[in-house]
Design a protein around this ligand. Structure first.
Ligand code: SF4
Length: 643
């Protein structure tokens, strides 16, 4: 099959008038082999390899049922845009496939919510006219997918016509027959190639495969983000708003269900009383770790709320809804109640191996410390898994990513299928590194300036000053990636006095910022973590990528602290196995924003002296593509001026 897959890839590239790349052909061949022989494969494919074709073609040619999980909806949409062409070419060569894209519930319009048409809700969002347009579009044959809607609306407005996964009762819903979310799921169940996202795949694991059904292999693109997505799909999130939202929904519902006023008042009063107790506890908590199980008064408050929600939900269930709208409301509110009871239960009866913490808000979260057991037992032991991304190795080693997902040992021999009943270890994995086709020594420079250490007083101002000088030399065209909001403000403020338009994260929506950065070539975009990945600016608009410091996880972050403790307990160095891989991967992701095509040229600046003074410095630098290193500012300025 590898030869067939490579031939099919060649035909596709020829059809599209593209360039044949050996790295992409190697990837296609190894992915084909992994699916055929039922092996796990971890494949690092440098920027520009064209990895989506490198896995889609062998997935189709395999004639197996394959799920591809990406990290973002944008990537899902890109694949969906490419697939008709790919499928056409491969069909002509005898490889048939049915494919479907499926996203999370909130990506689709909810007909149950539309049926309610709560005018006040629509009015409150301030986008009432746009929502009317969207509802018209849906009622006149639109497919109900948010990204295909004729007008864009804010998240808040969209929530007036959509539901979250926690609210949606799924196929049990009375509106399921007309529901685009259920329609997409049904199509996906019939398809031999399914494009979903990491979160949805995480939900599928949690539901024992009830969402995506049996499949023969799974490919995770952007696999460096998979652990975070799987953790968040297992963990819980509790906020004051979530509790109050449930109380408001159920209050309205009890009235619609015709529950007598006296009963209503009693139950709603008890519910708000129980919610207030939990909210009081939540509001008193400082940010940081919360020890579970809860004890004393907080545990009593949580148990009281849990049992009150249960009692109110029984009342809801006993009442007889009048008409489909109230039936739909009851189904959704009951679903919310079920999730809420389950999540509250975690606080008094925690899941082993999970950690709980409070973020500003307050937002209470829990997460598994590791997904390795879930991944290896529920997934990798059952079917071949293929992990790919541009940044999976640390100093050339796949050990860290393999450990994250519970794989056992690398193998060199691909001749033994992992489902072999005699195979004692189904968690061994193959690795492949395919280089970027970009000519980094020609196209790029890495500048390591002589600044003080990030912990020194004045370092932040030095970075802002350096950014100012380099931005002038580059004529704008710069993406400044910061590790904190404070750095974003400081650097933006410094650059505002210059000649270039400064686009600052938080002042406009992300897509708008990126559009303006792309089209106004001399502009400068200053942003923090959300822009280190997934920003793809081809051409002269981005010739300078400046990173303020190596993004190590915060030492006081409860989840990362728990991961460090787990590594130490296992006899491993927590720095080498937890902090360094994350920092190296993110640094490489940030640096990867610079060169996005064969014609791009530019400079990466890492303003972190530790790269030159600490022993881990060369490890992080070696995670970047090889390119000439500059340490002299005049040389750096001259290079930028010459671009
Ligand atoms: S199944 Fe029902 S509640 Fe869920 S999205 Fe569809 S219509 Fe809405």
């Amino acid at each position: 099959m590898p030869i067939v897959a490579v031939d099919a890839l060649d035909a596709l590239i020829e059809h599209r008038g593209g360039q044949h790349r050996q790295s992409q052909r190697d990837m296609a061949s190894w992915v084909a082999q992994a699916i055929e022989d039922e092996h796990h494969l971890i494949c690092e494919a440098g920027t520009g390899v064209g990895k989506s074709f490198g896995y889609l073609v062998p997935a189709i040619v395999s004639q197996q049922r394959v799920v591809v999980a990406t990290s973002t909806k944008t990537l899902q949409d890109q694949i969906a845009a490419d697939l008709p062409d790919i499928v056409d070419v491969l069909r002509q060569r005898g490889h048939d496939v049915t494919w479907a894209v499926v996203k999370g519930r909130a990506s689709y319009l909810c007909p149950a919510k539309v049926a309610e048409r709560q005018p006040q809700l629509l009015h409150d969002t301030g986008d009432a006219d746009d929502l009317d347009t969207i509802i018209d579009w849906w009622q006149n044959g639109g497919d109900g997918e948010r990204d295909h809607a004729p007008v864009a609306v804010s998240n808040r407005a969209w929530s007036a016509v959509s539901v979250s996964g926690m609210e949606c009762p799924g196929r049990r819903c009375s509106y399921a027959d007309d529901c685009p979310a259920i329609g997409a799921l049904n199509e996906a169940r019939e398809a031999s190639l399914v494009i979903c996202n990491h979160h949805l795949y995480g939900s599928d694991i949690n539901s024992d495969g009830a969402i995506l059904d049996e499949h023969d292999a799974v490919i995770f693109d952007e696999a460096h983000r998979l652990e975070d997505a799987l953790c968040s799909s297992v963990g819980i999130t509790l906020t004051n708003g979530r509790l109050a939202g449930y109380a408001r929904d159920v209050t309205g519902l009890l009235k619609s269900l015709g529950v007598p006023e006296a009963d209503r008042k009693t139950h709603v009063g008890r519910l708000w009383g129980a919610i207030n107790e939990v909210q009081t506890w939540l509001n008193q908590l400082d940010t940081g770790e919360v020890q579970l199980p809860l004890g004393g008064t907080p545990a009593d408050a949580v148990r009281t709320l849990q049992s009150t929600v249960r009692t109110v939900d029984r009342l809801v269930q006993k009442a007889t809804p009048d008409g489909p709208i109230v039936t739909g409301q009851r189904e959704r509110t009951s679903n919310l109640a079920g999730h809420l009871q389950g999540d509250l239960g975690v606080l008094t009866d925690p899941v082993p191996g999970h950690v709980c913490w409070i973020e500003a808000g307050p937002v209470l979260r829990t997460s598994p410390v590791s997904v390795s057991e879930t991944f290896s037992n529920n997934l990798a032991a059952k079917r071949p898994t293929i992990l790919t991304s541009a940044t999976l190795t640390v100093a050339g080693s796949f050990d860290a990513i393999a450990r994250q997902f519970g794989y056992s040992a690398p193998v060199d021999d691909m001749s033994e299928p992992h489902s072999d009943p005699d195979d004692p270890d189904p968690l061994r994995y193959m690795t492949l590194s395919v280089d970027s086709p970009f000519d980094y020594p020609r196209q790029a420079r890495l500048y390591l300036p002589n600044l003080e250490e990030p912990t020194a007083d004045g370092w932040g101002n030095s970075v802002a000053e350096l950014a100012d000088e380099l931005v002038e030399a580059a004529g704008g065209r710069a993406l400044i990636l910061c590790t904190s909001n404070a750095a974003v403000s400081r650097i933006s403020a410094r650059l505002e006095d210059g000649q270039h338009r400064i686009l600052t994260q938080g002042k406009q929506p992300r897509n708008k910022l990126l559009d303006e950065f792309r089209h106004d070539e001399s502009s400068v975009l200053v942003a923090t973590m959300g822009f280190w990945e997934g920003v793809d600016i081809v051409g002269d608009a981005c010739q300078l990528v400046l990173i303020d410091r190596v993004p190590f996880p915060r030492p006081d972050d409860p989840l990362w602290s728990a991961r460090r403790a787990a590594a130490t307990d296992a006899g491993l160095s927590s720095f080498a196995t937890v902090d360094l891989p994350r920092a190296a991967s993110l640094t490489a992701q940030g640096a990867g924003r610079l060169i996005r095509s064969m014609d791009d040229e530019g400079m990466i600046v890492l303003c972190d002296r530790r790269l030159k003074t600490k022993s881990y410095g060369p490890v992080i630098v070696s995670t970047l593509p090889e390119m000439p290193i500059i340490t002299d500012q005049n040389e750096a300025m001259a290079y930028l001026e010459g671009l």
